[in-house]
Design a binder for this molecule. Structure first.
Ligand code: ADP
Length: 393
């Protein structure tokens, strides 16, 4: 039976698209329309292994891009059964994926207060795609849903209760589709049901988060009200003394928006290293003795190790620590430095297995006598979105 699903991820100036087989996760087509609204708007895609690049009309918007994407999809001859839309913020309403109707569109717009750039772009993508494919079910898959199982002690900030009650100020978590994929994959690898599987999952890409998952349910996660909290990331600072933004605003004479840009775009690995947000560049530089790169990697791993150890208190049935995302899947240095902090917990990596796990090659990387297993699992967020959307077809 046909199981092809269109997966769309609309950003403020981009549309990421793919056709994914919901049964096996294979992508027949995947591509990106970028620089939308600018003169150099363009489209690139990979169809059955072949790469194609083409210009879009200058200033092309989401609708124009989707129109061209629809032509590309039509040419493949694939007959999609559903469209899965990545939506960043689903507030407390969406504990799972939802078939899009007017009430869902209204809720996505309402939660845009909490993720203005993302949710409005996601909404635009859905409305435009509905016009292009009126006959298909459109399904919203939320980054936040997976974390709706977190207990109140994990999701509340120690702020006046009124802020939670009236403004929804709490920790929501993001990267939910990736952590869900890792959980499902680990259940298969460990030959357990998802409900019996307990992991600490570290998604390390440009954005980074670590999640505590006890018996198939997320019980804590490091990203918070926005994707700025928690770990050190490519350009984001992660945890910080909450007084700092106001102090910096006063001392540097910057506006609130400028401080937000500093914390989101100029901090993290980039800010510390004064070199790059790209882990590969930092590893090369560190090998050549670049002090900023060495320090950035050291702080990144130390913060991650502290989070993982902290989450051990809420995952008593821990089966494995799992690394994923571009850094987690490829960097043996980040993995070995991080797990190095767990020597006195009896957790150790098999050096060769750790070196071998890269470029899509995952598996167990701990020694046979490690007190907790450590795995690398390549993530596939699009497959999760396709699989969720297919259930509505
Ligand atoms: P995104 O969050 O944008 O999806 P990715 O998951 O692709 O990002 O991760 C990007 C990060 O992965 C970058 O820091 C990049 O340097 C890192 N990365 C990719 N390949 C390697 C590698 N072979 N070694 C170390 N880091 C890598």
């Amino acid at each position: 039976m046909n199981k092809d699903v269109i997966v769309l991820n609309c950003g403020s100036s981009s549309v990421k698209f793919a056709i994914i087989n919901a049964e096996n996760g294979e992508a027949g087509l995947s591509g990106l329309a970028e620089n939308l609204g600018n003169n150099d708007a363009r489209l690139s895609y990979k169809l059955n292994g072949e790469k194609v690049q083409r210009e879009l009309p200058a200033q092309a918007d989401h609708a124009q891009a989707l129109n061209v994407i629809q032509q590309v999809i039509d040419k493949t001859g694939v007959k999609p059964i559903a469209i899965g839309h990545r939506v960043v913020h689903g507030g407390e309403k969406f504990k799972q994926a939802a078939l899009v109707d007017n009430s869902v569109l209204e809720a996505i717009e309402k939660y845009a207060v909490m993720a203005p750039l993302h949710n409005m772009a996601n909404l635009k993508g859905i409305v435009t795609a509905q016009k292009a494919y009126p006959e298909l079910p459109h399904v919203a898959v939320f980054d936040t849903s997976f974390f709706q199982s977190m207990p109140q002690k994990a999701f509340m900030y120690a702020l006046p209760m009124e802020l939670y009650k009236s403004h929804g100020i709490r920790r929501y978590g993001f990267h939910g589709t990736s952590h869900k994929f890792i959980l499902d994959s680990m259940a298969k690898l460990l030959q357990k049901s998802v409900q019996e599987t307990s992991i600490i999952s570290a998604h390390l890409g440009n954005g980074c988060s670590v999640s505590a998952i006890e018996q198939g349910k997320a019980v804590d996660t490091s990203l918070g009200f926005t994707p700025l909290e928690g770990l050190v990331m490519g350009t984001r600072c992660g945890d910080l003394d909450p007084s700092l933004p106001t102090i910096l605003q006063k001392q540097l004479g910057k506006t609130a928006d400028e401080i937000a840009a500093l914390l989101n775009k100029a901090s993290g690995l980039l800010g510390i290293s004064e070199l790059s947000n790209d882990c590969r560049t930092l590893e090369d530089a560190a090998n050549n003795g670049h002090e900023g790169a060495l320090l950035a990697i050291e702080i990144f791993c130390y913060r991650l190790a502290k989070y993982i150890s902290g989450y051990m208190v809420c995952v008593p049935s821990l089966d494995a620590i799992v690394f994923t995302g571009g850094i987690g899947e490829n960097s043996s240095l980040i993995r070995s430095t991080t797990i190095g902090y767990f020597k006195h917990f009896g957790i150790a990596l098999d050096e060769q297995k750790n070196l071998d796990a890269r470029f899509g090659q995952g598996g167990e990387i701990s020694t046979s006598d490690s007190s907790t297993a450590v795995f690398v699992v390549p993530t596939n967020e699009e497959w999760v979105i396709a699989a969720e959307a297919a259930t509505f077809s």
